[in-house]
Design a protein. Structure first.
Length: 300
């Protein structure tokens, strides 16, 4: 059984400085973040690399979901829609409460994700378009330092998330995505380790790092709901999804994203892009239910 407290590791320097929190496994089927954070723990166990401040590392926040092999724990609640949670609530609500407490204790926050078992996400670093200009500028700098191909700033109005807790607490925060599809990408693990160390260097926690720039696109979209991936391009029927595009493709309005065919083969629906943009998320698990997302196209 998972513990009723989060398993974490903390490292501290003798010198004052920022307190960076890094979490993985908010969803139990997202594996690269867990592996990357374990590597960071091993790195700091083996070296006295922290120049100042504090570092808190949580490889798997949602242990109950991980042990089930699912996105969510047994109560069916999505942890990333349940924050700040309740100390006396269900399994996921209690986990959300503990996570929220950790976020409020930090000065900066990184939340690592993937597309889980059903989706792939183009590598990106994202943040909410925080109303405080100084926090927003810090988040932009953290996202650029993380050094993934896409930076995506989205609506600050979404609730229930780790980043909404950080938003309300005035803690500069970013989240990152790297593929998924129920696999473990060695490139994703490495990019996450490097990205976290890059942000630590930005904050002065570790020595400066010489890293070649990989950021190709910076997208900021304040449209309400812009960061809510799960509601975009929903399937009209239950069926089998066949994509017509790939991650990272730039599409035009009306361009086919793919088709959904029912199990009889008699009913095939084509889903088309509602606006021009870049494909950031794509369903890779063919079975889709009516109303479930098949792709995310970010405005350009």
């Amino acid at each position: 059984m998972p513990s009723d407290s989060l398993h974490l590791r903390q490292f501290a320097s003798d010198l004052p400085g920022p307190h960076l929190l890094i979490t993985g496994g908010v969803h139990g089927d997202e594996f690269e973040p867990m592996a990357a954070i374990r590597r960071l723990i091993a790195h700091f166990d083996a070296s006295d690399a922290l120049r100042c401040g504090r570092l808190t590392l949580v490889p798997c926040v949602n242990e109950a979901a991980f042990l089930r092999g699912h996105r969510c724990a047994g109560d069916g609640l999505d942890l990333a829609r349940t924050c700040p949670g309740r100390p006396d609530g269900s399994e996921t609500e209690r986990t959300a409460h503990r996570l929220s407490e950790l976020i409020r204790q930090a000065t900066h926050y990184i939340d690592l994700h993937t597309g889980g078992t059903e989706f792939a996400v183009h590598p990106l670093a994202g943040y909410v378009l925080h109303p405080d200009p100084s926090i927003l500028d810090t988040q932009r700098a953290m996202a650029r330092a993380f050094n993934l191909p896409v930076i995506w700033g989205t609506s600050p109005a979404l609730e229930g998330r780790s980043l909404s807790v950080a938003r309300d607490a005035g803690v500069p925060a970013i989240y990152c995505e790297y593929l998924g599809s129920a696999t473990v990408s060695e490139a994703g693990i490495g990019a996450y380790v490097d990205g976290c160390l890059n942000v630590m260097a930005l904050l002065g926690l570790v020595e400066p790092r010489d890293t070649a720039g990989r950021v190709g696109r910076v997208i900021e979209d304040a449209t309400p709901g812009s960061g809510h991936m799960q509601v975009q391009n929903p399937s009209p029927i239950d069926g089998y999804f066949t994509p017509a595009i790939a991650l990272g493709d730039v599409v035009e309005t009306g361009q086919p994203l793919g088709t959904v065919t029912d199990l009889t083969g008699a009913d095939t629906r084509t889903l088309s892009a509602a606006h021009p943009g870049i494909v950031l998320t794509l369903r890779t698990f063919p079975r889709v239910r009516a109303g479930e997302m098949v792709a995310v196209v970010a405005h350009l």
